[in-house]
Design a protein around this ligand. Structure first.
Ligand SMILES: Nc1ncnc2c1ncn2[C@@H]1O[C@H](COP(=O)(O)OP(=O)(O)OP(=O)(O)O)[C@@H](O)[C@H]1O
Ligand SMILES: [Mg+2]
Length: 460
């Protein structure tokens, strides 16, 4: 496994996409690093070290979900992001809380499986090549007709047989060269392709199949007639199919599952987004009843319990939970006390300033400006934003945020969309042109809307 990133490296990676929010970045970086540290601690102590769950608090559109998304890529461990509002209390219609552990497990299995497949890839490729050659040049029965006795008695026959074999060998080698060079890529071969596209899921759909024990499913699977289809495919596709088949044969699924469980238990991370939506205590009526129920259901999982998945039991003691919420209406203190206690670390994300907006427009690798430029470049329209224009966009966004609702950086999206709608629409006719956006352009396009507060509520 790759050397895990240090907290500073993690923050640096996050900096590429998220502007500001230093505290939150540092906290999640530490939490991530702690996963690895814990693994290095002697075993007797390791079990005692519980993950320090985090709540990120911040107004809407300041980067909470974005941090989680980017973190997921860095984590190198099973990472599930899920909206707390998706859950409902057991007994209500909706997803039960335990399903997130099952989902995490699913992720881990496919993660480990992909790694294992990668590990056997070379081997699988070799085998696939041999198989392809076999198809292209079916191997002759090793001259069984010429038996030993005959060979001794008739040295000529032996020689002929040997020559023929040599010849076959060299043809095979020649073919191999052509194959590797790609000269045969246009040729078709016939192949038995397993018809895996009618998994039993379809047949058993709706019977809670997803929760069925893995081995039971396998068993049912193997009871079904194994269908395979003979298909004519081009050589590159044939190679892919053969490699896939071979890798699957080489990967030991039991081992994959064992190590996936291990990963989930020791380095799994669950990001519970929108946790404020389930905050709120018993008010006796309405959705609140269910909300508190969800919190109660969450407790054992966050605290540590065993969840049955189709791959086996998974302990949740050391899974790290990062929760996040805007907490506009509710406060973290509206969570039931037991749950509050299980999220000892709180970080606040700051509201974004005008300067932040300027940077958000320009700096991230996926910055909005870059995105629009790339989109229009496909129409061969070159878009250039003058610095003044960017400044004006940021200013406008900030202004509208203060005057109406503060929706954070999302305001930039609405403004940019409005600003560029003309150009976006006409782009196909502007082919070959370079368009400069100036401060005045921004003003002129947006002016009327901004002046009218009611209008800006609707449009921006
Ligand atoms: N600090 C930031 N740096 C760069 N981009 C940001 C930042 N904050 C928000 N954005 C951008 O704004 C959009 C919304 O951000 P995000 O989804 O993270 O909001 P959020 O904090 O989760 O809000 P909500 O509470 O509504 O879920 C995203 O496209 C994101 O890229
Ligand atoms: Mg969010």
């Amino acid at each position: 496994m790759q050397q895990p990133l240090t907290p500073a490296e993690i923050v640096r990676e996050l900096d590429k996409y998220i502007i500001g929010q230093k505290d939150a970045k540092r906290m999640v970086a530490i939490a991530l690093r702690n996963r690895w540290r814990r693994q290095q601690v002697p075993e007797n102590l390791r079990d005692e070290i519980a993950p320090k769950n985090i709540i990120m608090i911040g107004a809407t559109g300041v980067g909470k979900t974005e941090i989680a998304r980017r973190l997921a890529r860095l984590a190198q461990s099973p990472f599930l992001k899920i909206e707390a509002s998706k859950f409902t209390e057991v007994g209500y219609v909706g997803r039960d809380v335990e399903s997130m552990i099952r989902d995490l497990m699913e992720l881990a299995v496919s993660m480990v499986r992909t790694e294992e497949m990668e590990a056997v890839k070379l081997k699988a490729e070799e085998v696939a090549e041999e198989k392809l050659l076999d198809i292209l040049l079916p191997p002759k029965r090793q001259q069984e007709t010429v038996d030993q006795q005959q060979m001794i008695e008739e040295p000529d026959a032996m020689k002929a047989a040997q020559e023929e074999a040599d010849h076959a060998d060299s043809t095979r080698e020649k073919l191999r060269k052509l194959l590797r060079k790609g000269s045969l890529d246009d040729r078709y071969v016939e192949l038995d392709v397993p018809d895996r596209n009618i998994p039993m899921i379809e047949i058993f759909a709706g019977t809670g199949m997803e929760d069925m024990d893995y081995s039971l499913r396998e068993m049912l699977g193997s009871m079904m007639p194994r269908r395979s289809k003979r298909r004519k495919v081009k050589i590159p596709e044939a190679r892919d199919i053969l490699i896939e088949e071979e890798s699957q044969r080489l990967v030991d699924m039991d081992k994959v599952i064992r190590s996936a469980i291990e990963r989930v238990e020791h380095s799994g991370i669950i990001f519970l987004d929108e946790i404020d939506k389930i905050a709120g205590r018993e008010s006796g009526r309405g959705p609140d009843v269910s909300r508190e129920g969800v919190q109660r259901d969450l407790l054992p999982i966050v605290e540590g319990s065993t969840v049955t998945t189709k791959y086996g039991m998974v302990r949740t003691d050391h899974i790290l939970f990062i929760a996040s919420g805007a907490f506009h209406i509710s406060k973290p203190s509206d969570l039931i006390p037991e749950l509050q206690g299980r999220f000892p670390i709180r970080v606040e994300l700051t509201s974004l300033s005008k300067d932040d907006f300027v940077r958000i427009l320009k700096e991230p690798e996926n910055a909005l400006i870059v995105q629009y430029m790339a989109l229009l470049a496909t129409e061969e329209v070159e878009l250039i934003f003058e610095d003044d224009a960017i400044d004006e966009i940021a200013e406008t966004a900030f202004h509208v945020n203060t005057r109406t609702e503060n929706i954070g950086a999302r305001r930039l999206h609405t403004i940019m969309e409005k600003l560029l709608s003309e150009i976006s629409f006409n782009a196909p006719d502007l082919k070959g042109q370079t368009i400069r956006i100036t401060r005045d352009d921004v003003r002129n396009t947006l002016q009327d809307i901004i002046k009218d507060e009611d209008l800006s509520r609707y449009i921006l």
